[in-house]
Design a protein around this ligand. Structure first.
Ligand code: AMP
Length: 403
């Protein structure tokens, strides 16, 4: 299949060409015809599958079919969990739609209201994080009564982040008759309920939503909790990488780990929820350009990272589920390049390791970093860290096997 088979307007075809897309990805092949027909779609696909263009392109086409497509009112609304994702999707509308004259605005918190309000007034497409959109609705500066297409992107994350009440409030302001597109990497019961509530006779499009890309190889590095930082450093030392994305469970650890690596002369930065928009942008741009080749991030902060040069994903802390694992490692091995997923695992992660092996359909090798001293004793930590460590020990399950 090629893009010509969708008979896109020549202005959209020009956008596709300038983005360098030659053939549609599987999710695009299957979702685009349904969206073009005006159908509701349930898309089960993770980041990296080309899911954004799967809705951006047909939405642009449907907007172009109208009389004065370039001007307001708002006719397409995309809701996204994070600013990074909102910005990226907005940029997709801009780049794929550059010849169409259709304007898009991104709406997210942490920055001033006025420029966004101005942009919203000129735009036909809005890509928004729910919180800021509600602020604008409350201020009466945004009108959603003409929305024809609603996209809920990364709906599972929006649920995880507690956005359901916001989503309901936003949807109550939309016309009842509209097209709904729901994209999610996973299908937990709350997403199933949401889909049942809002989608009418949907076309369900699923692309390998659980299995990670074949182009990624997996390794477990068993280690005791207190040796993780040392092992990570040894691992980075002995690995040839282009760019590495490292995941931690907490914001605090993302920052302290990046700072520790930087002190050891590694080009590391971090991304976590407490940063200002400027700080995030600087970190993201630096990582994308290669000024930093190590990024330490939490799951939520990492949602918007779109960087083709990530050769390795390292799970410093194990993910909370096999789905999250798939999501994390979807950041490497993109566009057919090979990637590696390295996970530091402790004895508490045994159940999860089995789940991950089930999802990748193979046994994952347990490896050691040569030359690393796995027998180092636990050293007493400074008082401030001790409280945190005690909390962790309490929740740890009693030992099975030795790591
Ligand atoms: P997404 O899953 O939407 O985050 O897209 C992942 C990456 O794939 C982005 O960098 C897109 O620009 C790129 N992409 C999307 N569609 C195509 C395509 N048909 N051919 C090549 N690259 C694509």
């Amino acid at each position: 299949m090629n893009f010509e088979s969708f008979s896109f307007d020549r202005r959209i075809a020009a956008g596709i060409k300038s983005c360098g897309y030659a053939t549609p990805t599987p999710i695009q092949s299957r979702a685009i015809p349904a969206v073009l027909q005006g159908r509701d779609v349930m898309g089960l696909a993770q980041t990296g599958t080309g899911k954004t263009a799967a809705f951006v392109l047909p939405i642009l086409q449907r907007l172009l079919n109208a009389k004065a497509p370039g001007q307001g009112p708002i006719r397409a609304l995309v809701l996204a969990p994070t600013r990074e994702l909102a910005l990226q999707t907005h940029e997709n509308f801009i780049s794929l739609g550059r010849e169409t004259g259709i304007r898009s605005a991104a709406v997210f918190g942490g920055v001033g209201f006025n420029p966004q309000i101005k942009a919203v007034r000129r735009s036909t497409v809005i890509v928004a994080c729910p919180g800021r959109l509600i602020d604008l609705l409350n201020q009466g500066v945004i009108e959603l009564g003409h929305v024809e297409t609603l996209v809920l992107d990364e709906a599972d994350r929006m649920m995880d982040m507690g956005f359901l009440p916001d989503l309901k409030r936003i949807m109550s302001r939309l016309p009842a008759r509209r097209q709904n597109l729901l994209f999610s990497a996973t299908m937990p019961p709350d997403i199933r309920r949401l889909a049942d509530n809002i989608l009418v006779d949907p076309e369900t499009v699923q692309v390998a939503n659980t299995a990670p890309p074949e182009s990624v190889s997996h390794v477990f590095y068993p280690v005791r909790q207190h040796l993780k930082t040392g092992l990570l450093e040894a691992l980075l030392d002995s690995t040839r990488y282009e760019s590495v994305l490292i995941f931690t469970r907490t914001k605090h650890r993302a920052k302290s780990l990046a700072q520790k690596l930087s002190r050891n002369r590694l080009n590391a930065t971090f991304l976590q929820g407490n940063m200002t928009q400027n700080q995030r942008q600087r970190a993201l741009d630096g990582f994308r350009r290669g000024a930093f080749n190590i990024m330490v991030a939490t799951d939520i902060a990492a949602r918007g990272i779109d960087c083709d040069r990530i050769s390795h994903v390292i799970n410093f802390d194990a993910p909370d589920s096999a789905e999250t694992y798939t999501h994390r490692i979807g950041r490497t091995g993109r566009a057919g390049r090979s990637g590696r997923a390295l996970s530091l695992v402790t004895q508490d992660d045994q159940g999860l390791m089995r789940d991950i092996e089930r999802i990748v359909h193979k046994r994952i090798d347990h490896c050691k970093v040569e030359g690393f001293d796995y027998n180092q004793p636990f050293k007493q930590q400074p008082a401030e860290n001790r409280v945190r460590a005690q909390g962790r020990r309490k929740s740890a399950r009693p030992g099975r096997g030795r790591f």
